[in-house]
Design a protein around this ligand. Structure first.
Ligand SMILES: Cc1cc2nc3c(=O)[nH]c(=O)nc-3n(C[C@H](O)[C@H](O)[C@H](O)COP(=O)(O)OP(=O)(O)OC[C@H]3O[C@@H](n4cnc5c(N)ncnc54)[C@H](O)[C@@H]3O)c2cc1C
Length: 171
């Protein structure tokens, strides 16, 4: 079986199929597995929130007073460092889960040549063709950008907020 996408949907399909005895290959367009939940959605958003609550001392202010801070100046690099550590750990857990269950992964963009043949273009430009009896399409979604909102002015989505070229402003 071939699974396109390694987000929560693709991951579950791949692991479950492997547990049922199938030979499974996951194709992932990003350079590392995990999908939106690991790279730009669930885990990054909660990690950033928890890091700010932690460094700002917000939860302890009832005890120590309103001026209590764990760190006085919270900078983008403080958030970035914690985020990278958390995401690296999550990705390692996923990679280990795939390896433990014998699920193979390949990096690249998948496209159908016919119902059972998939071409995968690697980031380096090579193309490989894989054949599978069954294919699961678990490619997720991208943020909707209504035309009346000027997205060129602000980082409105977590995808742009978390891109490597974007800095974070101190809270
Ligand atoms: C800011 C934010 C916060 C969120 N918080 C939560 C939360 O707290 N709780 C919760 O349950 N959900 C949360 N979500 C939603 C959750 O992240 C998504 O529901 C989930 O990631 C969807 O999983 P998926 O597997 O369908 O798709 P995705 O996670 O989008 O994975 C799809 C994968 O397919 C890959 N792909 C796409 N096309 C191709 C191709 N042609 N070839 C190869 N690979 C391809 C993509 O690179 C991607 O990695 C949040 C989302 C966002 C944006």
């Amino acid at each position: 079986m071939l699974v396109i996408g390694s987000g929560p949907s693709g991951r579950r399909a791949a692991i479950q199929s492997a547990k049922l005895g199938r030979s499974v290959l996951v194709v992932e367009n990003r350079h590392r597995v995990g999908g939106v939940s690991v790279h730009t959605g669930t885990i990054p958003s909660k990690t950033l929130r928890e890091t700010v609550l932690n460094l700002s001392g917000w939860r302890e202010r009832g005890f120590y007073g309103l001026s209590y801070r764990v760190k006085k100046e919270i900078e983008g690099k403080d958030l970035g460092a914690r985020l990278r550590m958390t995401l690296d750990h999550e990705i390692e857990v996923l990679e280990h889960q795939f390896a433990r269950n014998g699920v193979r992964t390949v990096a690249g963009a998948a496209r159908f040549l016919d119902p059972h043949r998939i071409a995968v273009s690697s980031p380096g430009g090579d193309q490989k063709i894989f054949e599978a009896e069954r294919v699961v399409i678990a490619v997720g979604t991208t943020p909707h950008r209504p035309s009346h909102i000027p997205f060129d002015m602000s980082p409105f989505s977590t995808v742009t907020l978390l891109s490597p070229n974007r800095g974070c402003r101190a809270a």
